[in-house]
Ligand binder design. Structure first.
Ligand SMILES: Nc1ncnc2c1ncn2[C@@H]1O[C@H](COP(=O)(O)OP(=O)(O)OP(=O)(O)O)[C@@H](O)[C@H]1O
Length: 248
C-alpha cells in the first residue's frame, strides 16, 4: 500500500508558514493560489528537495529528509515548473533516465516502463528525436514521460499542463486520474482553477504562504474563496465535472 505523504507544521522562512496537510494516495490533489503564494515551495518540500526551516515532511512514518536519496527517488517522481535538460539526448534516452533509481531491476521491466511512458505521452513518433529539436509542448511531454517511467508511488508536478495543447492537456489529466486509480498519490500545482475544479478530488489553496482553504474543490474553490484569495469576482457555470469560471 502507498504510504501517505504529510506536512507537519512546515515553515520555510518568508515563503510558507506552519502548513499542515496529509496527502492521500489514490487521490488527485491540486494546489492553487496566486503568483508567489508558495505553491512551488510546498511542492519542493514534498518532493524532498527543499528541507523546511521547521516542521517535518513524512512519507508514512519516515521523515523524508532522513531517507536514503535512492529510496526517495523511487517513491516520489517530481516534475519541476521549468525543468532543465542538461544534455541533448534523444527523447527515449531522456525518458530512460527516469529508471535510474531502479538500477539493477530487470532490463525488460525498465523497457516496459519506458515504452508505457512513451505511449502515455504520445511520443512514439518522436522517440529518436533530439530534445533540442522538440517544440515546447513536446519537450514538456517528454519530461513528464521521464517522471512516469519511474513509476513512483507519488507523482508531483508543477504546472504540468502549462505548455500543452487542449488535447494533450485533457489526455494528461486522464493519465493522472488513471495513476490515482492505480493507487498512486498525485499532487499538481495548477493555475487553471477550472481544471482543478473539474479534475481534482481535493484542492489546497495557498495565499501568501498560508493555507487559505483545503477540501473538496467545490468548497476550496468557492466563489467566496476566489474573491478573498485572488481578489477576482468569478462565477462557476455549467455542470459538475465540466464547469467553467466566468470572470467579472
Ligand atoms: N529560492 C528562493 N529563495 C527565496 N525566496 C524564494 C525562492 N524562490 C521563490 N521565493 C519566493 O518565495 C515566495 C513563494 O514562491 P513560489 O515559487 O513557491 O510561489 P508560487 O506560488 O509557486 O508562484 P508562481 O505561481 O508565480 O509560480 C515568492 O515570494 C518568491 O519570490
Amino acid at each position: 500500500m502507498t504510504r501517505a505523504l504529510a506536512l507537519e507544521h512546515i515553515v520555510v522562512a518568508d515563503r510558507l508558514d506552519a502548513i499542515t496537510a496529509t496527502f492521500a494516495a489514490g487521490e488527485v490533489t491540486a494546489i492553487c493560489g496566486p503568483n508567489g503564494a508558495g505553491k512551488s515551495t510546498l511542492l519542493t518540500c514534498l518532493a524532498g528537495l527543499l528541507e523546511p526551516d521547521a516542521g517535518t515532511v513524512l512519507l508514512g512514518d519516515a521523515p523524508l529528509f532522513r531517507m536514503p536519496a535512492a529510496d526517495r527517488a523511487r517513491a516520489i517522481g517530481y516534475l519541476p515548473q521549468a525543468p532543465e535538460v542538461a544534455w541533448d539526448l534523444s527523447v527515449e534516452t531522456l525518458i530512460s533516465l527516469g529508471r535510474l533509481p531502479w538500477r539493477g531491476a530487470p532490463a525488460g521491466e525498465a523497457q516496459a516502463a519506458i515504452d508505457a511512458a512513451i505511449t502515455a505521452m504520445d511520443l512514439e513518433a518522436l522517440r529518436t528525436r533530439a530534445v533540442s529539436r522538440l517544440s515546447g509542448g513536446e519537450r514538456a511531454r517528454a519530461l513528464m514521460a521521464r517522471v512516469l517511467a519511474t513509476r513512483p508511488a507519488w507523482l508531483l508536478a508543477d504546472e504540468p499542463l502549462a505548455n500543452l495543447d487542449l488535447a494533450h492537456a485533457a489526455s494528461l489529466m486522464r493519465r493522472f486520474r488513471e495513476q490515482a486509480g492505480e493507487g498512486r498519490g498525485v499532487v499538481l500545482v495548477l493555475h487553471d482553477l477550472a481544471t482543478a475544479m473539474n479534475h481534482a478530488d481535493r484542492v489546497l489553496v495557498l495565499d501568501r504562504g498560508h493555507l487559505a482553504a483545503d477540501g473538496p474543490p467545490e468548497q476550496a474553490l468557492s466563489e467566496a474563496v476566489i474573491r478573498r484569495v485572488w481578489a477576482v469576482e468569478g462565477r462557476w457555470l455549467g455542470e459538475p465535472g465540466a464547469q467553467a469560471l466566468a470572470l467579472g
